[in-house]
Design a protein around this ligand. Structure first.
Ligand code: NIG
Ligand code: FE
Length: 419
């Protein structure tokens, strides 16, 4: 056997969902657990893993170039955060006071605040400023155990400023150990200068932005905020279908606040994922299942907006057999946190998901929401050696002991990047 670059030993418990495919409904509960495990890594990928005695037998006579001992700790696949608005200028702490005094999120947006406030700061920021701010967030995410993150544009809302955000994402991906997956979201809000002329803005997205983003290869996915007072189902359909024609896979912020039937649209256009879904109807959830769409749930957002309602994770898993994924939705307005571990806690408390379902939702299902199920999201021979090492005795401990960071270490592509 070829030499092993890194042997990770002393793994007290290794937990991973099996295989590469999304895990549907009750399958989300099935986690494979190995006590006293080791993982052998070659060229950044998993060469071998299993119980210590079995792997050592197979490795007899094989050169091992380096070894680390994780001291009996718990190891999982590196966590995947499939929905963030990573790159933006400024912050909106003043809105917290408004929200707490009862002003609804969509009213703040309608008055030119909310997303449009971040649009102003993002337009005013240089590429370097955006890069520096997002770099700090990426560091937080990595320290939380995240090894792959999605990043959306959508705070530029002019061709030039959308490209600026996407160039920052590209550069961040080249310079950080965490992998960043790019999504174009020019249809995140209607900019001030197009107020009352949404159709014209949709034309700009379709005629000018999408072709440039696609031809420059700046994004893999195209997302739309399909919401009352933002983009209608018909406008969202036009954008997503045109994006798809140009090779950008559809994603959609659907049925977050009002039940507009964005979930149905996700099924219809063959979206890879549909996000939020608090107000999705049974028909909408059935269409997600029919269309093989992954629901990406964002309990941090419903919690932070103070909505009494949360996405119906239990129905999605138990009744609709859906492959639920979880994400932070990190953004400066509705969920200003990089902490996937806070989301893990909220998924337990508010979405009533089990620790096993939560791990599946943060790994293989999240990886599939980014079209990367065969590369990341589970511990399998041949996959990237992306691992998170936790200071926790078992999976249930993560949502239980809340508000602290349980990550002890992170291995990305076979390199120790947090220790
Ligand atoms: O996913 N819903 C739209 N977009 C973000 C919020 C962005 C913001 O408020 O800046 C979300 O919640
Ligand atoms: Fe979002």
């Amino acid at each position: 056997m070829e030499p092993i670059d890194l042997l990770v030993k002393g793994i007290g418990r290794l937990f991973t969902p099996p295989g590469n495919a999304p895990r549907y409904g009750a399958e989300m509960q099935e986690i494979s657990a190995i006590i006293d495990a080791v993982i052998a890594i070659r060229e950044g990928r998993i060469a071998l893993f299993g119980p210590v005695h079995e792997v050592y037998q197979l490795l007899e006579g094989v050169e091992i170039r380096s070894t680390i001992d994780v001291g009996g700790r718990m190891v999982t696949p590196g966590l995947v955060d499939p929905h963030t608005h990573l790159v933006h200028g400024g912050s909106r702490e003043h809105e917290l006071v408004l929200k707490r005094s009862g002003v609804p999120y969509l009213d703040i947006l309608d008055q030119g605040g909310g997303i449009l406030n971040s649009v102003k700061s993002t337009r005013a920021a240089s590429e370097q400023e955006l890069y520096d701010k997002a770099s700090k967030s990426l560091k937080e995410m990595l320290l939380n155990g995240v090894t792959t993150v999605e990043a959306k544009s959508g705070y530029g809302l002019t061709l030039e400023d959308e490209l600026k955000q996407l160039h920052v994402v590209k550069r961040l991906n080249q310079t950080n150990s965490i992998d960043i997956v790019s999504t174009f979201m020019g249809a995140h809000a209607v900019p001030m200068e197009y107020k009352g002329r949404t159709e014209e803005y949709v034309d700009l997205v379709i005629d000018k932005m999408l072709p440039k983003v696609a031809s420059e290869g700046l994004a893999e996915f195209c997302d739309v905020f399909c919401e009352e007072g933002v983009f209608s189902v018909e406008q969202s359909r036009r954008i997503l279908l045109e994006g798809k024609r140009l090779g950008l896979i559809p994603k959609i912020h659907a049925d977050e606040i009002v039940s507009l039937h964005g979930a149905e649209l996700a099924g219809e256009v063959g979206a890879i994922s549909a996000e939020h879904l608090l107000a999705a109807t049974d028909e909408g959830l059935a269409k997600l299942a029919e269309g093989g769409v992954i629901p990406v749930l964002l309990p941090g957002t419903s919690f932070y907006l103070g909505l009494c309602k949360h996405a119906r994770a239990r129905d999605m898993i138990d009744k609709f057999n859906l492959p639920v994924a979880l994400s932070t939705d990190y953004n400066p307005g509705s969920c200003p946190t990089e902490s996937i571990q806070l989301i893990i806690m909220l998924a337990s408390l508010k979405l009533k998901m089990t620790p096993e379902e939560i791990l599946t939702a943060c790994t293989i299902n999240a990886a599939n929401a980014l079209g990367r199920g065969s590369d990341i999201g589970s511990i399998e021979v041949g996959k990237r050696a992306d691992l998170t090492i936790f200071n926790a005795p078992n999976l249930a401990y993560l949502p239980y002991h809340f508000g602290i960071n349980h990550t002890f270490g992170v291995i990305k592509d076979g390199q120790v990047v947090v220790w």
